[in-house]
Design a protein around this ligand. Structure first.
Ligand code: AMP
Ligand code: MN
Ligand code: MN
Ligand code: MN
Length: 297
């Protein structure tokens, strides 16, 4: 029987709400056979997740989700089978966390100007790891009764053109892919259908990502519609990227996204876990059969 792969998830080390241990237990209960923990710009949860996964006999794929600025737009690159101790990756992530520190102060200053005080302390108090994310601001504003839901806060305060929006300077695409690959990992373009891009620009992004050494694209994602899946499968096949599958789970508060509860990769996709570079320590048992090469037009 094939393994159920979920290659995108978050813990309390970034903006998820479960501890790494709870996350791995839940993945196991949901029938996930291989789980990637991919916190935003941080790898602090990986050691704990790996310990629990080993105890339960689940494959833990060490990962990270790197924030990138591409053409003035934020995009996310998931790294799989990374070595969190690799110096260039660790230094790159540390730089992103410095930017996050400044950005959270700046978000708070901008909200303050609009009469919303205490947001910095509020968001920091809700952060459970070293990363303060916009999600923590959103949860704080909901708790303050400023909005009905996290989604509502993003729409009214935190996205482009809204009072708490701070234009980002995250990692350049080439550097992010370089850190991931340099640490022995594979780079995957996260939730590609979610970006506000025309089909042409999305192809351009995927092409540049591939030129930088990117190998995979999330075809199946918790945030993709059925049409998105079909379109991203087509894009993957067209330019010859491996396909990945990940829920982008953040915790049980988002009941519409569950670990492992995802459709299979569409026919004709080449799974990233069958790529020649896939971490041998992670899935040695499933590599007895040589993977087909990606000889695609
Ligand atoms: P940050 O990396 O701090 O800018 O925060 C990005 C995170 O905010 C994403 O990973 C999501 O978890 C969350 N997020 C982004 N946009 C939305 C939205 N429209 N509604 C709810 N959560 C969002
Ligand atoms: Mn998130
Ligand atoms: Mn993301
Ligand atoms: Mn994510």
């Amino acid at each position: 029987m094939s393994i159920d792969y979920d290659l995108h998830s978050h813990s309390r080390a970034s903006d998820g709400t479960l501890t790494p241990t709870e996350l791995v237990r839940r993945a196991r209960a949901q029938g996930v056979g291989a789980l990637a923990l991919t916190d935003h710009d941080v790898t602090d949860g990986l050691a704990e997740a790996a310990r629990e996964a080993a105890a339960l006999g689940l494959q833990l794929v060490p990962g990270v989700e790197v924030s990138v600025t591409w053409n003035h737009q934020t995009v996310h690159i998931v790294g799989l089978n990374i070595d969190p101790g690799e110096p260039a990756l660790a230094a790159g992530l540390a730089r992103l966390q410095e930017f996050r520190q400044w950005r959270c102060e700046e978000i708070a200053r901008r909200l303050e100007k609009r009469g919303i005080g205490g947001a910095l302390e509020g968001a920091r108090a809700l952060a459970t790891g070293s990363v303060v994310s916009r999600t923590h601001f959103a949860r704080f504003l909901v708790a303050q009764g400023r909005a009905e839901s996290v989604r509502d806060v993003f729409k009214r305060y935190l996205v482009h053109g809204k009072p708490g929006h701070v234009p980002g300077q995250w990692a350049p695409l080439e550097e992010a892919v370089g850190w991931i690959r340099g640490s022995g990992g594979q780079a995957v373009l996260a939730h590609p259908a979610r970006y506000r891009l025309t089909a042409t620009r999305r192809r351009q992004l995927a092409g540049e990502f591939q030129e930088c050494g990117g190998e995979g694209i999330e075809v199946v994602s918790g945030s993709h519609s059925r049409d998105d899946v079909a379109n991203m499968a087509q894009l993957a096949r067209r330019i010859g990227l491996y396909a990945s599958r990940g829920s982008d789970y953040h915790g049980p508060e988002q009941p519409y996204i569950e670990l492992g509860r995802l459709p299979p990769l569409p026919e004709g996709c080449q799974p990233i876990w069958e790529s020649p570079g896939w971490g041998s320590a992670v899935c040695a048992d499933s590599r007895a059969v040589p993977s087909p090469s990606l000889g695609l037009a």
